[in-house]
Design a protein around this ligand. Structure first.
Ligand code: PEP
Ligand code: MG
Length: 328
């Protein structure tokens, strides 16, 4: 079906009832931007900036970061690139940052990582903010923060960016034309605070990889657990349904950038919960777009609430049957 997927490249990710879905790709390296042209995706919905740090022998200095961000934005052209600030620490340990990391953490995924580490070491965060702001010169910068657990963490990160923006302006340097700020929802506690958090955001992006490991208390890297908990389980879908509804109620765009969105059946369920932005691995764009173009999204949106109310144990099977019966 590869040729069939390739033929979809220039066709819009539009459902049969005329809803345009934003289909973006996850990326992390300079060359990944080429995936935009190959897949025909609408942009980069998650640019994992820590990749540059992970492949470097020494800490990438601000100028090097800036060059990478500019190259990626240049390659993307008019298509948006959502840069995620560094998610390092924990299991993504950097040899040149040992002193910053608490060694021998028992639970590194829940440890000193991502925004926690970046706020604890604000020179790192400031340098990255400067690099992103200057790289975006004259354009719109999209930035989001990983592992936000409480609203104040988002506010602190936002303040660092805004301070750097003022600093640039005061020196007559060109910053971005506009900045769109987002948070990643990966820590379940944040879902209880959306009424306070959402008014401060331009968008929310749900990282289902980390989110599901925390919802089920199941290490995402443990092969024994890999098949045990299903993305199409009632608990996850009910959780995501509430988050999506809250975002719609408050008028904040919401998307999913975890691997879940890269599987056609899971992606269909997400669309059924009101999510209409997905950022997925480039190889999944064809299959997911084919699903979207065969889907009546109004019908799946009507089908999901009773299914989640009933919450059958074989929910995956029921969703699959629905898809078959509706020609998806
Ligand atoms: C996630 O956790 O779902 C996510 C997109 O981030 P990462 O996979 O980089 O942790
Ligand atoms: Mg994550």
């Amino acid at each position: 079906r590869r040729a069939e997927f390739a033929a979809l490249r220039d066709l819009p990710a539009m459902t049969t009832d005329g809803v345009r879905i934003q289909l973006m790709v996850n990326a992390g390296l300079r060359d990944d931007a080429a995936a935009l042209d190959v897949t025909g995706a609408d942009g980069i919905g998650l640019f994992r900036t820590e990749f540059q740090f992970l492949v470097s022998a020494t800490m990438p200095q601000r100028e090097r970061q800036q060059r990478l961000y500019k190259d990626v934005m240049d390659a993307a052209g008019d298509r948006p690139v959502i840069f995620r600030t560094v998610d390092i620490g924990g299991d993504k340990a950097l040899p040149y940052m040992k002193a910053e990391q608490h060694e021998n953490e028992e639970n590194p995924a829940m440890g000193w990582r991502a925004l926690r580490l970046a706020l604890g070491r604000d020179a790192l965060m400031k340098a990255q903010a400067r690099a992103l702001l200057e790289a975006a010169a004259g354009r719109t910068l999209h930035v989001m923060f990983p592992m936000v657990s409480e609203t104040w963490e988002y506010e602190a990160a936002h303040a660092i960016f805004e301070d750097q923006r003022k600093w640039l302006a005061a020196r007559g340097k060109m910053g971005p034309g506009a900045v769109r700020y987002g948070a990643m929802l990966e820590v379940p506690a944040l879902a209880e605070m959306l009424d306070q958090l959402l008014p401060k955001l331009d968008f929310l992006s749900i990282g289902t990889n980390d989110l599901t490991q925390f919802l089920f208390a199941a290490d995402r890297g443990n092969p024994k657990l890999a098949e045990r908990y299903d993305w199409l389980s009632p608990a996850i879908l009910r959780f995501l349904a509430r988050v999506s509804a809250k975002c719609h109620e408050m008028g904040v765009p919401v998307g999913v950038c975890g691997e879940m969105g890269g599987r056609p059946l899971e992606a269909m369920a997400l669309l059924g919960l009101g999510i209409n932005r997905l950022s997925i691995t480039p190889a999944a764009v064809g299959p997911v777009k084919a699903m979207i173009r065969s889907l009546d999204v109004g019908a799946i949106r009507a089908a999901m609430p009773p299914l989640l109310e009933e919450a059958p144990r074989d929910l995956r099977q029921r969703i699959e049957t629905w898809a078959e019966e509706h020609g998806v």
